[in-house]
Design a binder for this molecule. Structure first.
Ligand code: NAD
Length: 447
């Protein structure tokens, strides 16, 4: 096993690689603020200096439209890094308790909390936003002063290879490594002792990760998925709603963890929304989305087959066209869908939007609460009581009114799931908290 910038080449190299990173952490090299800021600055440079290579890789893996790739996978992590660089020094300042909290202790006693790095952390990333969902967690782990192993998704091979090539060139190779690979390689990684595992992907693998972590009592963050509902109230402007729904649902061909999964609305609004969505989709992708440069593809034929099989539910309001050789599924809206249809039994993770009709808000809330807690819940309503009821009578990782997916763009908001949609959170100061130990400190004078 080389101790230079080269990534691990074989499964047998993994224990030595992890041991090397642990030894590097133990020297204390990753702790100084200056090291952390330097790594973040270099990670920023990696992103901005390789924008074309990154968007090329994403086009190859997902046919991700270049402006979309540039915004979501370069500008988004850059914004996160800039926010962290601007605030890290303040976030790291020890917090002191008021004297009132120290009643009963000798005069002159002080107490507070400080963040310390955890050690060596493992980041396992998925394929759908393979750069953002690798490098934003890596940035958080570095900001907290940890050594990091990144395992990108083998399902996005061009992007995985690019990150394996670039990270060791920009970041401290003693403390950061990329291990590419599929299940056997990840299984070997998971057998090692880490101080935190940050996993983004599906719940089945989330359980495998958590079981492996239990062997070493390693804490985990699980960023999972689920069916994120959208409630559309009867008083809302359906043209505006449709524009925002279409733009968020059909981007990246629906392969976004926080994309609206399905709509709950009353029958009259459902009719109006159906035609407004058809117009919104045509505005975004023209009359033939397959020939639009702004429309992506399914990541592979396995995911194409899975989503194509969901098209039989309800009635196709528009869309429904598929082309397996081109892994293309048209933006599709299904109506007359019920909670028992196949499309409602799993996270869709594709460009298919079912509309489920409900009589009123009570029925919508009951429908949501009958199912697993979703990663996000969205509402379009002008009614404060409706907003309040959705906020207090349901549960989800995040809650957004008026613009789906926008909550994850605010670094001061914690991003993560609850229940089946995951545990833990990150972004901005929440990443620092996730990748740190909050240590209690008490100083009592002797005299
Ligand atoms: P994926 O297939 O790329 O898997 C994710 C990671 O798990 C990969 O690195 C993969 O190598 C690893 N993996 C796969 N099988 C494994 C095994 N048996 N043992 C150990 N590791 C294994 O991605 P995916 O799971 O298809 O991603 C889609 C899911 O992720 C959806 O459910 C989506 O909602 C969710 N997701 C969540 C977020 C979030 O931020 N909460 C973001 C993106 C995706």
């Amino acid at each position: 096993m080389s101790t230079t910038a080269t990534p691990a080449q074989g499964t047998e190299d993994i224990p030595a690689l992890v041991a090397r990173l642990r030894a590097a952490f133990a020297t204390g090299r990753t702790r100084p603020l200056a090291w952390r800021e330097e790594q973040l600055t270099r990670l920023r440079a990696l992103l901005t200096e390789n924008r074309d290579a990154i968007t090329d890789a994403l086009y190859s893996d997902l046919r991700k439209p270049r402006p979309e790739a540039s915004a979501a996978e370069v500008d988004f992590p850059v914004r996160e890094i800039d926010h962290t660089l601007a605030n890290l020094r303040v976030w790291l300042e020890p917090q002191s308790l008021d004297q009132a909290a120290l009643a009963g202790l000798p005069a002159g006693t002080t107490a507070g909390t400080l963040y310390e790095p955890l050690g060596t952390v493992l980041v396992i990333a998925p394929w759908n936003y393979p750069v953002q969902l690798s490098l934003v967690p890596v940035a958080g782990a570095l900001a907290a002063g940890n050594a990091v192993v990144l395992k990108p998704s083998e399902v996005a091979p061009a992007t995985s290879a690019l990150m394996a090539r670039l990270l060791p060139r920009y970041l401290d190779p003693e403390a950061v490594a990329v291990v590419e690979g599929d299940v056997p390689r990840t299984t070997e990684l998971l057998a090692q002792r880490f101080d935190h595992i940050f996993y983004t992907g599906n719940g089945t693998v989330g359980r495998i990760v958590m079981r492996a972590a239990a062997e070493h009592l390693t804490p985990v963050t699980l960023e999972l998925g689920g069916k994120s509902p959208v409630f559309v109230d009867r008083d809302t402007d359906v043209t505006a709603v449709a524009a925002r729904l279409a733009d968020t649902k059909f981007r990246n061909s629906g392969q976004t963890c926080v994309a609206p999964d399905y709509v709950l609305t009353d029958p009259a609004t459902a009719r109006a929304l159906e035609s407004a969505l058809a117009e919104a989709v045509e505005k975004l992708f023209g009359p033939d989305p397959q020939s639009s440069a702004a429309y992506g593809r399914m990541v592979n034929q396995r995911h194409f087959d899975r989503v194509a099989a969901l098209l039989d539910s309800g009635t196709t309001a528009f869309g429904g066209q598929t082309d397996r050789d081109d892994v293309y599924i048209a933006p599709t809206v299904l109506t007359g869908v019920t909670g028992d249809d196949p499309v409602m039994r799993e996270e869709i993770f594709g460009p298919v939007l079912p509309i489920v009709e409900v009589a009123d808000l009570d029925e919508a809330i009951a429908f949501i609460n009958d199912r697993d807690k979703p990663l996000a819940l969205y509402g379009f309503t002008g009614n404060d009581t409706t907003r309040h009821r959705l906020a207090t009578e349901t549960s989800s990782g995040g809650l957004g009114f008026g613009l789906p997916m926008a909550h994850l763009r605010v670094p001061e908001l914690p991003f993560g799931g609850v229940g089946e949609s995951g545990m833990g959170n990150y972004h901005g100061p929440h990443s620092l908290a996730t990748f740190s130990h909050r240590r209690a400190r008490l100083d009592v004078p002797l005299g």
